[in-house]
Design a protein around this ligand. Structure first.
Ligand SMILES: [Zn+2]
Length: 137
């Protein structure tokens, strides 16, 4: 059933632990996260900010009156090689990217949960393995 998340090991203790009900419950939690992954498609990092700006016309009210600023303009910022990079976008494109950014957040939440479940499983296996070794001595 779980051949696509199978683990090969020569060690009999590890093999027994992997077949235990505890591991089955970790495995089913991983499977739930994998199901959530199926709803993920386009995913992109960054954030969309709304900006109100002054224009180039010296006599325009926007230079004196904050209420008269132009906008909103949409600005997509993201990290590229540790540096923040920004692009101005038309509202239609920014709406689409907001969707993809929100999908990206969901994707990262799923990845974090998979890592958390795996950490719990690793701690459990480690502790059971240690206890088993003690008994054998
Ligand atoms: Zn202006």
């Amino acid at each position: 059933m779980y051949d696509y998340i199978s683990i090969t090991t020569e060690d009999e203790t590890i093999r027994k632990l992997l077949d235990s009900p505890e591991m089955e419950s970790y495995r089913s939690r991983i499977m739930e996260e994998r199901k959530r992954l199926e709803s993920i498609s386009f995913a992109i990092q960054g954030s969309i900010g709304e900006r109100y700006l002054t224009c180039g016309r010296k006599k325009c009210r926007c230079h004196k009156d904050p209420e008269a600023l132009h906008g909103p303009f949409y600005h997509w910022t993201r990290k590229v090689d540790g540096k923040s990079v920004g692009v101005w976008l038309p509202v239609e494109v920014s709406d689409l990217l907001k969707d993809w950014i929100s999908t990206d957040r969901k994707l990262h939440e799923i990845v974090s949960r998979i890592e958390e479940i795996t950490r719990e499983a690793a701690e459990w296996i480690h502790s059971e393995f240690r206890d088993d070794r003690k008994k054998k001595k």
